[in-house]
Design a protein around this ligand. Sequence first.
Ligand code: SAM
Length: 261
Amino acid sequence: MKRKNVFVAFVFFVVQNKKSNNMNEPVKLKRAYGRRVFGRRMGRPMHKGRVDVIDTILPVRKIPKEVLTEDKSLSVADMFGELVTTLHFEIGFGNGEHLLYIMTENPTHHFIGAEPYLNGMSAFLKSLPSPTPENVRVHMDDALMVLNSLPDASVDFLYILNPDPWPKSRHHKRRIVNEANLKVYARVLKDGGTMVQTTDVDELAEWMLTKTINCPHFEWCAEKPEDWKTAPNGWMATRYENKGKEAGRSQTYLIYKRKST
Ligand SMILES: C[S@@+](CC[C@H](N)C(=O)[O-])C[C@H]1O[C@@H](n2cnc3c(N)ncnc32)[C@H](O)[C@@H]1O
């Protein structure tokens, strides 16, 4: 199918689904923390085991604040203390199920995960095998702080899975896929690198796709509707994704390649 027809089919699919699929409930904004994080930072009080990993594993696996200079100078090899051939970056990993899965599948690769939500961070750290893998670093704040610190063309895979939908029009500027951020994603991705975006909110899918294909650095990989309607081979659905499916929402998988410069 021609690229333009694929896009038209996608928009048609979104419109068809609008009647049956309610958008996610708006995330309640109690307070805007930091510069670019608008969601919640903490949830329910955690069990001792979940607090312990924040006290013990986080300090040794977090990216030190001093190197987050946002001037593209953060050396990935220095950060991991070894040569890095393939780097995966997950923005907003939630409880980290997907991040843990890709770590398990690719033990020789390196991984950075950013998640400002304390309970999510602790769930991920608690799920890590012991001894704690050397090939992962985390950041409990805005992902852009790390991305802006990374050099050009340093990331092979970038994942933005089920980002907060911010359904109200006046909150759309909070969406993590936007024109300004796409330039950052394009800068840090290597030529031919992969960006994966997923959502079960049709309006957000349309938004992310439109913004991304209008960014000259990305090429959408879909050739037929099945490519965005069905999970890629070897896909691991998070609890969040499964809950959406149980509620009758359909997941959209948008995969792009970073064009060569
Ligand atoms: C709806 S949840 C999805 C979690 C996970 N990706 C999944 O699919 O299960 C969106 C996540 O993005 C995180 N988030 C929001 N703004 C962020 C930012 N600026 N940098 C990194 N993560 C962010 C939130 O804390 C939240 O955990």
